[in-house]
Design a protein around this ligand. Structure first.
Ligand code: ZN
Ligand code: ZN
Ligand code: FE
Length: 744
């Protein structure tokens, strides 16, 4: 019995080695026919014995390439055609068709074997790649994704590489960045010399996949301190890279999920609990008991740890932090490398241009799933599936941790991490990214969604766009809609949006908000009672100033003297400003409440990076504390004065800070439950969406989730999209889509 079948395979099946896989599978099973890419999928026609056809269908899903994901396979019987071989057909690019632009992919096992095998022609070649791995988004200049439209176009393939490229049975069939030491990109200096410098404690600026890293030996205290000094003394944690899981296990505690995620082809930085005895100096992550660690994702990275795969790595871990000046985007071009002169002792360059800058992605795992914190390399620009058609739109995101979002079909395409839109360099990066993405994905937005904050550069950019409808979206509504969208929820939910800063509909600074909302709109059901913040941004950098606002509310003129180390005159000035409401803003921000308590408890009075006071307070939490501080809720206002008074009481009574921190976290979780119960009683809603940067706090997140589930709530959390402002653009897009639909 012979037959012929036509399989229409949909999902992520382009640019991921799917056609060669189909070719190999079909020829192994002695099937004839062909395979080709079409818009939105792959068509495979297979002809042969019934048993081989069935085996093909079964193995198609079971053995699909690691980067692919099959969403749907439609199978039709076809008349026999009597093909004599199996062929791979060229793709036809339809002008307006949606083409996937694949994200960059971490080096695969087979390539690692290739460049560490002394008999292989790619031995020690730091740009080895294949269909299953290598640069993609970072080198693509235009679509369809083909070598002449990448920065690899300047490297004509040698005969050996071309043969691999043309052979459907080869792992490098149509691997666009295919290269070897004869024909491909080159490093500016020998690997042994790079390792010698790292051993000597030098700080190197190393050009990688999506930009420069600043690298040094992570176990070398003085090197790490020097790097920290040079990076303007910010205490923000440095990311680490280790060669293998064995190395990581020596410095951090890894769960099964963490292992899987660390090894995934996306190779993100994973936040892990640090081992107390880890031989990693405190200066890597001051005040933080987690470490951000990743595995190598390019051959160059592997080779930094030594030539041999079998021998122990030469370094337990390397610091690999983004090569940028404070607040500026990552540097990616050879000619821009001098910008890092003050940071690096030495430069390691290569001659493959980076078309699109992509920072490393950062995530943590929670309840067995990835929870993105920074969605960038390996993830962007892979679309987020929305499960339904949506208008073509642009959403410009917020200000901090900016990403933008374009929509097409059922997809939301979020950009890589762009950064804090506070300077010209970052704005330029934003504009470049928008240009690229519009071209790659052929999106013609009919509206632009933006944050209501009039001062955001993203907002100003949107408002200045010519001839396009403009839709303003309230910040916290955007957060909750983002969480709803990635969970495929369209019905009304209780939205808990906690973060540092977001412009409210009343012109005040919101950030501790309980909304009842869907995409069409929101009602603000409860929020933290407004507290005066003296000096806006100055307060954010100096939590003791924020604390004075809370103390003023709680104690009036009888503020206890909690900050003996701060000059009395400075305290008096801030207090006077608060009393007379000079240069103050009212805020309901939960992030500021964390800052205030962190300062009052003596954990952090000044910060040098965003979120530091709250992070260090979380890190202090003792285990096994179940008490809470008191709070009051009246007419939708959460009064934190009783809480502040009780915290001060504990501080004065010299209660351990670990206990104060834990009690405070418990209190915030209790407030969430209390308010959600009240809203459920009046609105009959049982779904709660948690969003906003504050929910990156695992202590708060896990306790809130447990309390809410315990009370029978269904809880929606972020996973694919960050809870922080990096996920805002998605929410803006779905809200704007709803408004457009309502008008039609
Ligand atoms: Zn490979
Ligand atoms: Zn070659
Ligand atoms: Fe926010």
């Amino acid at each position: 019995m012979t037959g012929r079948k036509r399989l229409h395979i949909r999902g992520t099946v382009q640019g991921v080695g799917f056609r060669p896989f189909v070719y190999r599978l079909a020829t192994q099973l002695e099937l004839t026919g062909h395979v080709l890419n079409i818009s939105g999928g792959v068509i495979a026609e297979i002809e042969g014995s019934e048993s081989a056809l069935q085996a093909f269908i079964k193995r198609l899903r079971a053995e699909a390439p690691p980067l692919s994901s099959i969403e749907h396979v439609e199978i039709q019987d076809q008349p026999l055609r009597g093909d004599t071989a199996f062929a791979v057909h060229e793709s036809v690019a339809a002008a307006e068709a949606f083409a996937m632009v694949p994200p960059d992919v971490g080096t695969c096992e087979e390539c690692w074997s290739d460049f560490t095998d002394a008999s292989n022609r790619r031995y020690l070649y730091p740009f080895t790649n294949c269909t299953n791995c290598g640069p993609r988004y970072s080198i693509i200049q235009d679509i369809p994704y083909d070598r002449p439209k990448t920065t690899m176009k300047v490297f004509p393939m040698c005969a050996d590489c071309q043969r691999e490229y043309d052979n459907p049975g080869d792992r490098r069939f149509h691997a666009q960045p295919n290269a070897c030491p004869v024909c491909g990109p080159q490093l500016s200096e020998p690997l042994s010399e790079i390792r010698r410098r790292l051993h000597a404690g030098e700080i190197l600026a190393i050009k990688g996949l999506g930009g420069f890293h600043l690298a040094c030996d992570a176990t070398n205290d003085s090197a790490v301190r020097r790097l920290r000094e040079r990076k303007r003394r910010s205490d923000k944690a440095f990311a680490l890279m280790a060669r293998d899981l064995e190395s990581i296990a020596k410095i951090a505690v890894i769960s099964e999920t963490d292992c899987r995620v660390l090894q995934s082809p996306r190779r993100p930085i994973v936040l892990l609990p640090r081992r107390a005895a880890a031989p990693i100096p405190a200066a890597v992550a001051p005040g933080n008991n987690t470490l951000g660690v990743m595995l190598p994702y390019t051959p160059l990275h592997y080779l930094l740890f030594g030539d041999s795969r079998e021998a122990d790595p030469e370094f337990l871990a390397l610091v690999m932090t983004s090569g940028n000046l404070a607040e500026e985007p990552i540097v990616s071009r050879n000619q821009e490398a001098p910008r890092l002169n003050t940071l690096a002792d030495h430069f390691v360059l290569h001659n493959r241009d980076i078309q699109t800058r992509v920072d490393d992605s950062v995530l943590r795992t929670f309840e067995g799933r990835e929870r993105l914190i920074r969605r960038s390399r390996g993830y962007a620009p892979q679309p987020v599936e929305l499960g339904r058609e949506i208008h073509e739109l642009l959403a410009v995101g917020g200000e901090l941790k900016n990403t933008l979002c374009l929509t097409k079909g059922t997809y939301a395409i979020l950009s890589q991490h762009i950064g804090d839109l506070e300077n010209l360099e970052t704005l330029t990066f934003f504009e470049e990214t928008l240009d690229h993405m519009k071209r790659f994905f052929r999106v013609h937005p009919r509206a632009v969604a933006y944050d209501l904050h009039p001062g955001y550069l993203s907002t100003r950019f949107a408002l200045e766009m010519p001839e396009i409808e403009k839709i303003g979206v309230q910040h916290h509504h955007g957060h909750i809609a983002s969480c709803m969208a990635e969970n495929f929820v369209h019905e009304k939910v209780i939205g808990v949006a906690f973060d540092g800063t977001g412009y409210g509909s009343d012109g005040k600074i919101w950030g501790g908000e309980f909304l009842v909302c869907d995409y069409a709109g929101f009602e603000r059901h409860a929020h933290f009672k407004y507290v005066p913040l003296a000096g806006g941004d100055a307060a954010i950098r100096h939590p003791w100033r924020t604390a004075l606002g809370y103390l003023h509310e709680a104690f009036g003129n009888q503020i206890p003297d909690l900050f003996p180390s701060i000059p009395e005159s400075a305290v008096r000035l801030v207090r006077a400003a608060i009393e007379k409401r000079i240069n103050t803003v009212d805020t309901s921000s939960c992030g500021r409440l964390f800052d205030a308590v962190s300062a009052i408890a003596g954990v952090r009075r000044d910060v040098n990076y965003e979120g530091q006071a709250a992070i260090e307070l979380e890190m202090k939490c003792a285990e096994g504390i179940e008490d809470e501080y008191p709070f009051e809720i009246e007419a939708g206002e959460i009064d934190t004065r009783p809480l502040i008074r009780a915290v001060v009481g504990d501080v004065v009574a010299r209660a351990p800070v670990e206990r104060i921190a834990a009690k405070f976290h418990n209190t915030i979780a209790a407030i969430i439950l209390d308010v959600c119960l009240r809203i459920r009683a009046s609105e009959h809603l049982n779904r709660v969406a948690l969003s906003g940067g504050t929910f990156q706090n695992v202590r708060l997140l896990s306790r809130s989730v447990a309390l809410l589930r315990g009370a029978g709530f269904e809880v929606l959390l972020h996973a694919a999209v960050p809870a922080n402002d990096g996920g805002l653009a998605l929410g803006q897009a779905v809200i704007a889509n709803q408004q457009l639909s309502a008008k039609m």
